[in-house]
Design a protein around this ligand. Structure first.
Ligand code: AMP
Length: 367
């Protein structure tokens, strides 16, 4: 175990960024690191299968639960006092030849600003953060790609259908609420916070897990590189997904019990095969648009969708990195099985890094 209580402090990325960082790297002995949470078991397991050594970044102590999962345990731990300290440990992480795999919790715990400052090679394009974390920019990107998003209602007085109210910065659906009328909205809304009002789309939810490689074109070909569909899931959200056991939502709301959307787990799912062409078309359009807007996203991304009874997709969110919904597929999914047996998203990421290191293309997939 490595204990870094006193890291050297924040270093800043230079103009030439990733190229400079990689000059001191031994590219034959890269180590894969991530924060011990979210999808780390899968990332470490996938990296191990591709022959990488792994490092688990953990706050305060080694996480004991890994002892229960030896094949998902990192080879070593890198202990920090707080997530925010990771930025100060850039030099120490680089000395260890580390490539970071950012997952949803990594970026959340560190904070987007700190993550942007982090002077350690990271898988993916950091610029994507600006486009996914700002709801207006996200809409410009996704609608600009031709995707259909839930209608946004600017003035609450115009609520003429069920809506979902989302507070800015709310994570994992915490604090969202449903309203069916302006009156209901008025009763529930916290006016001290900023929010958006979105049409509540009726249908079935599918969270689609793609992998975009800008450097390999042996899959669904795009103008540059190629796209894969690795898996899909449905989130398990408390209390909305089970609240009906107690009564109808309308009945419960009368009693002051309001459903919440806090993610607690993920359920594996497949969709009717006739929808797959649309799934690829959406993924393609999102990548092509990202290439025009900010040089392209890289690697894993997820479109969060609702399929309506007309079999149309409405996309309410994009996550541009590995999502926890890939966790049911540590040993492959009904889709990835048709690409390669035993292919998790974590393993696919490790393969991309291995390929890039071998062909001197690391600058194309890391920032
Ligand atoms: P989000 O934080 O945007 O991923 O939303 C959290 C959860 O709220 C989602 O997983 C869905 O269950 C639900 N949700 C979000 N937006 C919508 C929408 N426009 N229509 C229906 N359900 C939604």
């Amino acid at each position: 175990m490595f204990l870094f209580k006193g890291c050297k402090g924040v270093t800043f990325m230079t103009e030439s960024g990733i190229r400079d960082m990689l000059t001191s790297y031994d590219k034959k002995n890269l180590k894969i690191a991530t924060v011990c949470s979210h999808s780390s078991l899968q990332i470490f397991n996938g990296a191990r299968k591709e022959g990488f050594k792994t490092v688990g970044i953990s706050v305060g102590e080694e996480k004991k639960y890994y002892n229960g999962f030896p094949l998902g345990k990192p080879d070593e731990f890198f202990i920090v006092d707080s997530y925010k300290d990771i930025v100060k440990c850039a030099e120490e992480l680089k000395e260890k030849n580390i490539v970071i795999i950012p997952h949803g919790s990594f970026v959340e715990y560190l904070g987007a600003e700190n993550y942007l400052k982090l002077d350690v090679p990271s898988f993916g394009n950091k610029k994507v953060l600006m486009w996914e974390s700002d709801r207006n920019k996200e809409r410009t990107w996704l609608e600009g790609a031709g995707l259909v998003m839930p209608k946004e209602i600017k003035n609450p007085k115009d609520i003429d259908r069920p809506v979902i109210v989302k507070y800015h910065g709310a994570k994992g659906g915490r604090g969202f609420f449903i309203a069916k009328t302006f009156g209901e909205f008025q009763k529930r809304v916290d006016k001290t916070k900023s929010y958006v009002i979105q049409e509540f789309v009726l249908g079935t939810r599918y969270y689609l897990h793609y992998f975009y490689s800008p450097i390999q074109d042996d899959a669904y070909k795009l103008s540059k590189g190629s796209l894969q569909l690795l898996s899909m899931d449905r989130r398990d959200e408390t209390t909305i997904d089970e609240v009906q056991r107690l009564g109808s939502i309308a009945e419960l709301e009368e009693l002051g019990i309001h459903p919440t959307f806090v993610v607690t787990g993920n359920i594996p799912i497949v969709m009717r095969e006739s929808l797959l062409p649309k799934v690829f078309k959406m993924g393609e359009a999102v990548v092509e648009k990202s290439l025009k807007l900010f040089n392209g996203l890289i690697g894993s991304f997820c479109l969060e969708t609702v399929v309506t009874e007309e079999l149309e997709f409405k996309v309410f969110e994009i996550s541009a990195r590995i999502v926890a919904g890939t966790n049911p597929y540590s040993f492959g999914s009904p889709y990835s099985e048709f690409i390669q047996p035993d292919l998790s998203t974590g393993r696919r990421i490790a393969q991309e890094i291995k390929y890039a290191a071998k062909h001197n293309l690391l600058e194309d997939i890391l920032t």
